[in-house]
Unconditional design. Sequence first.
Length: 171
Amino acid sequence: MTMSDATPTQSIPATKAARQALIRKMLSTQNIHSQGELALELRTMGIEVTQATLSRDLVDIGAIKVRRGDGEYAYASSDDRDGVDDAKSRLDRLCEELLFSAEASANLAVLRVPSGAAQFFASAIDGYEDDQVLGTVAGDDTVLVVARDAMGGHDLAQRFLDRAGRRRASA
């Protein structure tokens, strides 16, 4: 289906920004596993894009592939910061989907996530702007969260586990 084949009632993004906003929305509401799958979804909406354009769009919106809790990989967008409630919801959802474990030492919480998801997860923590968090450092599958309180690491680790629906942090 091309743009000219779309029904008149369909809203087709006429600009790059509108197309990217639609892609962000799709990534936040659907499990999109590949660029081909995303292109097909867009095509069903009457939007034709080349693979190169789609690849640039995914880079522009900060989308990365992450391994979800079910073990499957899917795209997720890091441009999801429209307010505190959205940031909280996003962080809660990512804790449920990505957080494997949390351990603590003094003012540090070490969070384990799937390979390749640490920077995405750290971005969600930073976007939430928790006054108890001094900052984050992300590797490939580990996020180091620094608490403001000299002995706040354990409480911080436990709060992340609570968000994920898991129990007791390791000290």
